[in-house]
Design a protein around this ligand. Structure first.
Ligand SMILES: O=C(CO)[C@H](O)[C@H](O)COP(=O)(O)O
Length: 232
């Protein structure tokens, strides 16, 4: 699949997900290239159909995009609930275990997701996998002592790589933390790994989102496909 085809599938999933946002809702807006299409469609609905809703964003990038369309964005602590959050994902398996954080927004994404009544992911079909882990697992780490966390991960065989930007500088999240990507290839026991990561001093959050999502909208050449998580 070339990039144009992949973008077409992402866009189709984004447009489908935008139908879920109803007037008066509080909606979580995720981060990434697929979510960009979703927010573009919401912006169109706001401007052409007069849709009004309140958004809570998972990154500064998405906030800026949404506000550019005149969408009202408030802080996550200024709402008492979030009706639905639509976000992207880097991988998802048949048990609805996923990896997120390719765009370094995993911490805010997990906070918004945790406080949402319903979570919807929008992905192109390449993200649906048998076993997660081919996509490097992002882990958000506090800069102080990050070198020791990386060494610990190395000793555990997690194959950590500090994420760098195009200038060779450590990528900083919206919370100014680092991202360490674990090149695990296959994650056979995601629950155990999640427990190990979250109890490592210096780790703020990891990109394993295990059985959190309710619905996955998959951009498919035959039209968007809906996967429903019956264990939620
Ligand atoms: O988790 C994320 C950002 O932290 C994104 O949702 C994930 O990386 C998918 O991005 P894209 O839609 O660009 O493939």
């Amino acid at each position: 699949m070339d990039k144009a085809q992949q973008d077409a599938l992402k866009k189709a999933a984004g447009i489908e997900a935008a139908k879920l946002i109803e007037p008066g809702m509080i909606a979580g807006l995720g981060t990434g290239s697929t979510v960009r299409f979703f927010v573009d469609e919401l912006g169109r609905r706001v401007q052409e159909e007069g849709l009004t809703f309140t958004g809570v964003t998972t990154s500064v990038r998405t906030k800026e995009q949404a506000e550019g369309y005149g969408i009202t964005i408030v802080d996550v602590d200024d709402v008492d609930h979030i009706d639905v959050t639509v976000d992207g994902a880097d991988e998802v398996d048949k048990d609805f275990n996923g990896i997120k954080g390719g765009g370094a927004a995993l911490l805010w994404e997990k906070i918004v997701a945790t406080n949402s009544s319903k979570i919807v992911w929008i992905v192109d079909e390449s993200k649906v996998v048998d076993t997660i882990g081919a996509f490097p697992l992002p882990v958000e780490v506090i800069p102080f002592g990050a070198g020791h966390v990386v060494k610990l991960f190395e000793s555990k065989g997690y194959k950590p790589v500090l994420r760098l930007d195009a200038d060779g500088q450590a990528v900083r999240t919206d919370e100014k933390n680092y991202v360490v990507d674990l090149h695990l290839e296959r994650i056979e026991h995601p629950e155990e790994l999640a427990q190990d990561l979250i109890t490592t001093v210096g780790v703020v959050e990891h990109g394993l989102f295990l059985n959190m999502v309710n619905t996955v909208i998959v951009g498919d050449p035959n039209g968007p496909r809906i996967l429903t998580n019956s264990n939620k």
